[in-house]
Design a protein around this ligand. Sequence first.
Ligand SMILES: *Cc1c(COP(=O)(O)O)cnc(C)c1O
Length: 406
Amino acid sequence: MAQINTSYLKLPGSYLFAEIKRKVDAYQKEHPDADIIRLGIGDVTRPLAPAVIAAMHAAVDEMADSATFRGYGPEQGYDFLINAIIAGEYRPRGVELDPCEVFVSDGSKCDVGNIQEIFSPTASVAIGDPVYPVYLDSNVMAGRTGEFRSDGRFEGITYLTGTAENGFVPALPERPVDLIYLCSPNNPTGSVLSRAELEKWVRYAGETGAVILFDSAYSAYIRDPELPRTIYEIPGAEEVAIEFKSFSKTAGFTGVRCAFTVVPRALKRDGVSLNSLWNRRQCTKFNGVSYVVQRGAEAVYSPAGAVQTREAVDYYMENARIIREGLSAAGCTVFGGENAPYIWWKLPAGLDSMNFTVTLLKTCQVVGTPGVGFGPGGEGYFRLTAFGDRDRTVEGVDRICRAGLV
Ligand SMILES: *Cc1c(COP(=O)(O)O)cnc(C)c1O
């Protein structure tokens, strides 16, 4: 009889967003007239940039003609997109990459979930807390953890806890680790690692042989010119770090699907280039992103596309400002929202974040995300996102302020 991968059974409950959706749906069913404002899920709402739409239309037309039709493309992505990424994303920051170091994919979620495959099953792992749940869950599935404990943590994982006291910038691990997941700008706290912080991590990885898995899905939201947009701005990072970036939040591609991962050739462990391992993995298990989508992604870096996608990011960042300043003025303690589309709200002491989700839904008909969904370190916090419609965001903030929840 076939046996299952019992590591999956260690994962507690359902995926957080599904659980909240269930609660909201139940509430809407009971109150059909309730005007619910969604400031919860991290999905974009603005339409694709006109330059992206035009490029995708043109690519569709190419597919309609046998002279320009394309079948399977390179597993790593088309050169036109890889070159546009290097020229548009890295060169302006003083980072030079070889095209073979960039792997185009259909999403950072898959890449950050799959990257662990190229490391030993016994690799020890350090993960932020609170953070995007994919890093932890993918390592649980791969069997790198013990059991889920009653304190909300897995045995065998090193948690890098971000708190208001440390500015949500975790300290270096106390015991040696092999893999370090960093998310900056951070989902959910909205904190960003400074150059000095990143230098500290790069130095640590260089000294210990650890590999940093740097998820930078929100780098387009960084406003402070002093903050690094890519870890490769830090000297030596090419020997210790893999970087993940996505068009999802940058250019509204959550439904279109396109991202990329940088695995430098200089990054070697056990004498082997991780670039060659990831290339082997992708060629075996992945067949590339559609031509039409890659043309759309390329257009993000065109002069018009850059301006238009920037406008959408600006729109969200204005929402972030409205939430941040509105809640602050009402006496709430909030973090983030300055270089990230997330506002991390510290609930009054003793409030349970999952219960608060229901309270907020019932009193304000506003949906947000309980901090505990991002790890036990998120308990006592609540995440609001800037991805909503402007008027709805203003209205949501207004309702929260009027309800006097703090
Ligand atoms: C949204 C998000 C991503 C992007 O995932 P895609 O699969 O590219 O849509 C990656 N990392 C974090 C932390 C995110 O919040």
